[in-house]
Design a protein. Structure first.
Lengths: 381, 81
């Protein structure tokens, strides 16, 4: 498994994940949205009737797959560790704001990369915001930001989210309990089994390689280390080839699937994602992987994202996709409503408050620090 | 055929704050190492670690004490130069 974390391994893993994303694109997931952690959590929230936006309701097996795939590989390789207690309510808020930002932009960082690979220049604009957000978060990390140490907790606690999601998936497949879109993005999806298997593999690989779109950029700012960006570049390349080969590549700002060209709000949306993700310790996908390997704090962040998605659609905060003119309707520019703009800016203010109020005062010369037991030398990088 | 490696002491931290505290102390304590993403063999998390040439381990110990931080995990590893 350690081969996955060499530079070559990270590149190959990224190529594999890119190929799996292409499978989902070909199998029926929405255009430029073969995988989107934020959009798919939003769809799950809709299917559970936490919001009632009819076009975005579907219990996405991919969300289950990411968490359960990480859980299974962590258990199998003895890396499952149930932890909790690192400012859970603060993490809930970070998840909430991260989701508002993502839904104003219309995508998580992974979908941003997929959109970039399809020629959507709005996503490149969003990248500017994401990098700026991570840079801001990194400044606070450098100044001593911390949400506190996770503590080991009851071993069963970390299994709650994976098990709950698995049960909900069974219910979604075997009953008509949950809502399902008949039109719109929620109605476009790959077959359940394909979605689940692909996501299980991605969840497992992502756990092993620590795939994180926010962490990759953070490492550049804090450690001048770009290693974690390698799989992201690989995913971009695979999807670029896929889009070129299938006619999905279209360079420009206008006419992009499920996107808008409100540049300021694309930047600010991804800024919130980058900033909140840096403070929370990972992008939306990484939060699900961490939850799978036993982090109850990441599970709380996931719940924050789920509720944030419900708020975004119940109160019309999410960005609307731009539309072209038809015989019945004029073209629309899309973007967030006034309420969405206000809540996003307020969310960014909240992030600054969280960052500023969780700076630890460092004590120099505080005496002898206890040291950890040595790890066997055979554990070579 | 592999890249050149250097014997190092690697210490990981429970929080980013601890890693930054050591980084702040590094120059004063005469450390020659740097912050790195914590090696995957040491943690499934995505925290930070400090790598220090093994021949400078005593300075690392002094820096840890001066910064008032504890190593969450520690290992001796051969890392690429």
């Amino acid at each position: 498994m350690e081969i996955l974390n060499s530079k070559k391994g990270l590149l190959v893993s990224g190529l594999v994940i890119g190929a799996l994303i292409a499978v989902l694109a070909a199998a029926g997931n929405p255009a430029n949205m073969a995988i989107c952690a934020a959009c798919f959590i939003r769809d799950v929230a809709g299917s559970l009737k936490l919001h009632t936006a009819a076009p975005v309701q579907y219990f996405r097996p991919e969300i289950v797959g990411f968490v359960v795939g990480s859980f299974l590989i962590a258990v199998a390789t003895r890396e499952y560790r149930s932890t909790a207690g690192s400012s859970p309510m603060t993490r809930f808020i970070l998840g909430f704001v991260m989701m508002i930002g993502a839904l104003v932009f219309l995508g998580c960082p992974l979908r941003m990369v997929i959109r970039m690979s399809a020629g959507d220049l709005n996503a490149w604009v969003g990248l500017v915001g994401l990098v700026a957000g991570v840079a801001t978060g990194s400044i606070f990390l450098r100044k001593g930001f911390s949400l506190g140490r996770e503590q080991d907790t009851n071993r069963a606690a970390g299994t709650v989210l994976p098990v709950a999601l698995a049960i909900l998936l069974v219910l979604s497949v075997t009953t008509a309990l949950f809502a399902a879109s008949e039109t719109g993005p929620g109605s476009a999806h790959a077959p359940v089994l394909v979605s689940l298997v692909v996501a299980l593999v991605i969840g497992a690989v992502a756990q092993k390689m620590r795939l994180c779109f926010v962490g990759g950029i953070r490492n550049v700012f804090l450690m001048r280390d770009a290693t974690l960006l390698l799989p992201i570049v690989a995913i971009f390349v695979v999807m670029l080839v896929y889009n070129l080969a299938t006619g999905g590549f279209k360079l420009g700002f206008e006419g992009q699937p499920i996107a808008h060209a409100q540049h300021l709000w694309n930047i600010l949306g991804m800024y919130a994602v980058g900033f909140a993700g840096t403070l929370a310790g990972g992008c939306p996908l990484r939060q699900m992987v961490l939850a799978g390997q036993g982090s109850c704090d990441a599970s709380v962040t996931f719940l924050g994202m789920l509720i944030g998605a419900a708020f975004a659609h119940n109160f019309n905060l999410a960005g609307a996709a731009a539309t072209v003119a038809t015989a019945e309707k004029a073209a629309t520019a899309g973007g967030p409503s006034n309420a969405g703009q206000v809540v996003l800016v307020a969310g960014i203010v909240v992030l600054f408050v969280i960052a500023a109020t969780n700076l630890r005062r460092r004590k120099a010369a505080a005496g002898v620090a206890p040291t950890a037991p040595a790890v066997p030398a055979e554990a070579q990088a | 055929m592999g890249s050149r490696t250097q014997p190092c002491v690697v210490v990981g931290f429970a929080t980013t704050d601890d890693a930054m505290a050591l980084a702040d102390e590094a120059a004063r304590a005469g450390l020659r190492g740097r912050l790195i993403p914590i090696p995957r063999v040491l943690s499934a998390g995505c925290g930070m670690a400090w790598r220090e040439p093994r021949d400078n381990e005593a300075a690392l110990e002094r820096a840890l004490r001066a910064a008032g931080v504890a190593a969450d995990v520690r290992a001796e590893m051969a890392l690429p130069v």
